[in-house]
Design a protein around this ligand. Structure first.
Ligand SMILES: [Zn+2]
Length: 310
């Protein structure tokens, strides 16, 4: 009888009854987890968390609030410790869209200084003609960060050290989050693994320099890099991403020199870029946008978000 009751308890608690998670949780170190967006992109981006002595620090909150709530659920399943901090790697809605779920769970929201001025306004640009009134009002109501910085920060979870660093390249307000004792680096969108990156706010030149430094960190060969998009990465993936950006810049530059512009430039560059990186996911829409933004950067006409005074 006792055994049977035990079986019932296990049966009730079995995850078969829960909706499938919109991400795959992967342990990358002691108490360090990456939440990798599934193939259907229901979460919108990757996230993760660090369980310290006296609390939890979460990195990014997906695009979907439901996915962020599911992440909170997974954290509560793994530890009774409180969720103390959320660090947003940058302002883009695919990383901040679920912030309210983390705030509701008790987190103080940490972000780069510029995120506060951009998160409710510039995110609208990300969606272009796909914006709807519902999405616009959701973006305009995103939580503002509580604690902003334009310099490196160390966050202590008891004795556990988490290093938040400012980096250049993706938006003008980017942070990476390192867990030195686990050799894990959450890169945000400074790294995309085998997926064409979004250059809308980026500087490819700055981005490549930052990633060269990430690939050359002490102990880089033993670091697990958690990218903003794509599966868990290692040093060779960071190098592969730099090669991708370098190829994009070279191909766009060569096309420009031979007089190609706009549609003709994209038609020349995109097949070559895909041929050089056959194992990458490069949608035609993403590729055309990359060529356009790279062209603007080389022409000196690229518009990047402008910091808003506090
Ligand atoms: Zn992203």
């Amino acid at each position: 009888m006792k055994h049977w009751l035990g079986m019932v308890a296990v049966w009730i608690a079995a995850p078969a009854f829960a909706a499938p998670l919109p991400f795959v949780l992967k342990q990358v170190g002691p108490g360090v987890y990456a939440a990798i967006d599934g193939p259907e992109h229901k979460a919108g981006s990757n996230a993760g968390f660090v369980i310290g002595d006296d609390g939890v620090l979460v990195v990014d909150a997906f695009f979907n609030v439901d996915a962020a709530r599911a992440l909170v659920g997974e954290i509560h399943r793994l530890t009774p410790k409180p969720i103390r901090f959320l660090v947003n790697t940058h302002y883009h809605a695919d990383h901040t869209g679920g912030d309210q779920a983390l705030r509701d769970a008790g987190a103080v929201i940490i972000a780069h200084k510029n995120v506060r001025g951009w998160v409710r306004t510039n995110n609208i640009n990300l969606f272009g003609d796909r914006i709807t009134p519902e999405l616009k009002s959701r973006l305009e109501a995103l939580p503002l960060p509580d604690l902003t910085t334009n310099t490196d920060l160390t966050v202590w979870l008891g004795a556990r050290k988490v290093v938040v660093q400012t980096v250049l390249g993706h938006t003008g307000g980017d942070l990476t989050i390192a867990v030195p004792d686990a050799k894990v680096l959450f890169t945000g969108d400074m790294l995309w693994r085998k997926i064409a990156p979004n250059l809308i706010d980026g500087s490819v030149n700055e981005w490549m320099a930052t990633d060269a430094a990430l690939a050359a960190m002490p102990d880089a060969a033993r670091i697990t890099y958690v990218p903003g998009h794509g599966d868990l990465a290692d040093q060779s993936d960071v190098e592969d991403f730099i090669v991708y950006l370098r190829d994009l810049r070279r191909l766009v530059s060569e096309g420009r020199i031979s007089g190609l512009r706009d549609e003709a430039l994209a038609q020349s560059v995109v097949p070559k870029l895909k041929a050089l990186h056959p194992d990458w996911t490069i949608s035609d829409r993403a590729a055309a946008a990359e060529v356009r933004y790279m062209d603007q950067e080389l022409a000196g006409t690229k518009r990047r978000p402008v910091p808003v005074p506090d």
